[in-house]
Design a protein around this ligand. Structure first.
Ligand SMILES: Cc1cc2nc3c(=O)[nH]c(=O)nc-3n(C[C@H](O)[C@H](O)[C@H](O)COP(=O)(O)O)c2cc1C
Length: 341
């Protein structure tokens, strides 16, 4: 199988809901939630892509030739690339097919990422099975996956963290930006915003690193740090939880200035290829999550599709490092790019 075949397969399987566009930029699917688009006008998703495109690279090949190393250290392990698969839930509803359920989807994501030397995050949902099934897939892969938990009441979060601990996962995430999902309350499972103290209760109850997903301001990043988070994901949930937000790459430089080195900074929202990954690293991210393209890879090629997509992005990152005078991930910095936001 090659990546072109993965895309063609995906189109036939999920084509009604996700057009598998040449550039996944939120335009064709704007407003389609449920579906794969951004909420409302869809402009938050679209802006994520637009602002990434506004970052330009500095070409420099007058450097001594050396080996290129794309690896990073996270959770005491080495990742081949600074890439993670973002959690995607509500599969049947959003992708309009029962081809993959939460278990088989997570098997493809977690297994494919593991095969490619990176790590995948799994999702959570209104039914207990929406957390347990992905966790089973993580268990099948020696715990090499990061379960994401919704911002339920703290008691339930802590229960799910201990179930994750049993699988020996390296970290857990909480998508705190799901706090406004009224659909969950309507289905009898309310999610809430969290105070710093409530978050402290969670981070102090587990030895696992806790990643807070859905931070878009410097203030939010500082509060996450105060709450004892291991890291944040600078994220607007792919534009699906609040219309008209800034782009994630746009807020990254200020957030990095405030908390870089004090906690891990992950980012997602519109990152598609190795050049995009490079841009995020240059502006202060430690690693990048990719959402929708991983889902396309999983539908179109299962575990192998996920591995192929990761290798493609990783190879593009390597090529970008060659052309910008970088040998190691630490060499990538603001001096490598120009941007006007
Ligand atoms: C169909 C769909 C379902 C998603 N479900 C979840 C979820 O259950 N939990 C979560 O934290 N994020 C969820 N996200 C958001 C992604 O994790 C990620 O933040 C976002 O997709 C990143 O943007 P990108 O898709 O442009 O790369 C979902 C995104 C999509 C498109």
């Amino acid at each position: 199988m090659n990546y072109g075949e993965v895309l063609n397969n995906a189109k036939t399987i999920i084509g009604k809901k996700c057009r598998v566009c040449k550039e996944c930029n939120g335009i064709a699917c704007k407003g389609e939630v449920p579906g794969v688009g951004g909420k409302g006008t869809g402009l938050a998703f679209i802006r994520n892509r637009e602002k990434i495109n506004q970052v330009k690279l500095h070409l420099d090949t007058i450097v001594p030739e050396d080996k290129i190393d794309t690896s990073i250290e996270l959770f005491g392990r080495t990742l081949k690339y600074p890439i993670l698969a973002a959690p995607i839930g509500g599969l049947e509803m959003n992708y309009g097919t029962a081809q993959l359920d939460d278990f088989t989807y997570s098997q493809a994501i977690v297994g494919g990422c593991k095969d490619a030397g990176v790590i995948g995050l799994t999702a959570d949902g209104v039914k207990d099975a929406f957390f347990q099934d992905p966790l089973k897939a993580v268990g099948e892969n020696e715990g090499w996956g990061i379960p994401t938990i919704k911002p339920w009441k703290n008691d339930e979060i802590l229960k799910k963290i201990s179930q994750a601990e049993e699988k020996q996962v390296p970290a857990i995430a909480i998508d705190i930006d799901a706090a406004g999902l009224v659909i969950l309350a309507m289905l009898g499972k309310p999610v809430t915003r969290k105070s710093v103290d409530e978050l402290k209760e969670i981070t102090s109850a587990t030895k696992l690193p806790v990643i807070l997903k859905g931070v878009m301001t410097v203030e939010g990043a500082k509060k996450a740090l105060e709450a004892g988070a291991y890291g944040i994901v600078v994220s607007n949930h792919g534009g699906r939880v609040l219309d008209h937000t800034l782009a994630t790459i746009e807020v990254l430089p200020q957030i990095a200035e405030a908390v870089k080195g004090k906690m891990k900074i992950f980012i997602d929202g519109g990152f598609r290829d190795g050049v995009d990954i490079f841009k995020a690293l240059a502006l202060g991210a430690d690693a990048v999550l990719i959402g929708r393209p991983y889902a396309v890879a999983a539908y179109g090629g299962g575990r192998e599709g996920v591995e192929l997509y990761t290798q493609k992005v990783g190879q593009e990152l390597k090529e970008t490092m060659i052309m910008t005078g970088c040998n190691e991930i630490q060499d990538i910095g603001k001096h490598c790019v120009s941007y006007s936001f």
